[in-house]
Write a protein that binds this ligand. Structure first.
Ligand SMILES: *[C@@H]1O[C@H](CO)[C@@H](O)[C@H](O)[C@H]1NC(C)=O
Ligand SMILES: [Zn+2]
Length: 289
């Protein structure tokens, strides 16, 4: 009987701790080195982003990326969410049923599209891409996140080295862009409706995933194995990065700079610093079909 109370107390503590663990610790971009304290994987040896170097990549990767259902309209309206870290779009299925998928490149297996989000810089010319190419940083980087179809959901896929595939599309600001990207424009024009963190807005037009690729040259890419660029930094991502940027007008990109974090501060420079390549190989594919 003497033991009963302390034991109860201990169990209570354990339960409270489990509940606490379920809500992940907050993080931001002020000091990304501190992520490791709460998310040890952020200190791993296969982290992203990295600098992609023409002269330090293996140019022998032959398979092209193959896109399925990328031209199919997505079913229903898309919701753009300011989650305090980025502007995020959860992707529904297509009107035909299946999700858009990618295969080929460095991938083994079929990966289905889950979400799209963005990384950007700050007003006055601060650039915000995560990956750099030969040391060059772009203005904005778009991430289309895909999940390996053999895993049930993103949470499960994050635990597996072959769980996720992310396509990275670069955007640069141009004063007189020659191309017009109606889908991306819809998204950028919706940003002023999600200025505050934890708000969302519906994008009122029927988009397909091709709208997010614009006219990017998908035959040209760098590919390597890395991680999520935000906590928990899971080393579960096969990256394909297209180095030729889309050009978008300055005022549309400026819409990103209006977004705010949960504490009310401006959401600027939401890109992670470059990580060490360590023993990894970067593959390069150039042109062809
Ligand atoms: C969007 O906002 C509404 C109202 O604040 C909320 O009820 C809903 O859960 C949000 N949806 C998403 C996808 O965050
Ligand atoms: Zn990202």
């Amino acid at each position: 009987m003497v033991l009963k109370k302390p034991l109860f107390f201990l169990l209570h503590l354990l339960a409270a701790r489990q509940i606490a663990d379920q809500s992940a610790p907050e993080w931001d971009y002020r000091d990304t080195n501190r992520w490791i304290a709460d998310y040890p994987t952020c200190g791993g040896a296969q982290q992203s982003p990295i600098n992609l170097d023409h002269y330090n990549s293996v140019g022998s990767l032959k398979p092209a990326l193959k896109f399925r259902n990328y031209a199919q309209p997505l079913a229903g309206r898309l919701t753009l969410v300011n989650n305090g870290h980025t502007a995020d779009i959860m992707l529904p299925e297509t009107i035909r049923g299946p999700r858009p998928t990618i295969t080929g490149g460095l991938l083994n297996g079929i990966y289905e599209a889950q979400s799209v989000h963005f990384h950007w810089g700050s007003p006055g010319g601060g650039r915000g891409s995560e990956h750099t190419v030969n040391g060059y940083r772009y203005d904005v980087e778009v991430h289309i996140v895909h999940k390996n179809m053999i895993y049930g959901n993103v949470q499960e896929a994050m635990q597996r080295p072959d769980g996720l595939a992310v396509l990275a599309i670069m955007i640069n600001i141009a004063d007189f862009p020659q191309s017009f990207y109606p889908g991306l424009n819809r998204v950028f024009n919706t940003l002023p409706r999600v200025r505050a963190a934890e708000t969302n807005a519906t994008i009122n037009s029927q988009l397909s995933l091709n709208h997010f690729l614009g006219d990017v040259d998908t035959r040209n890419f760098f590919a390597y194995r890395g991680s999520l660029t935000t906590p928990p930094c899971s080393e579960a991502v096969t990256w394909h990065v297209f180095p030729r940027p889309l050009l978008v007008s300055r005022d549309l990109i400026a819409n990103f700079f209006e977004l705010r974090q949960k504490n009310g501060a401006s959401l600027w420079n939401n890109f992670r610093p470059l990580q060490a390549l360590n023993r990894r190989v970067v593959y390069r594919r150039k042109g062809g079909n």
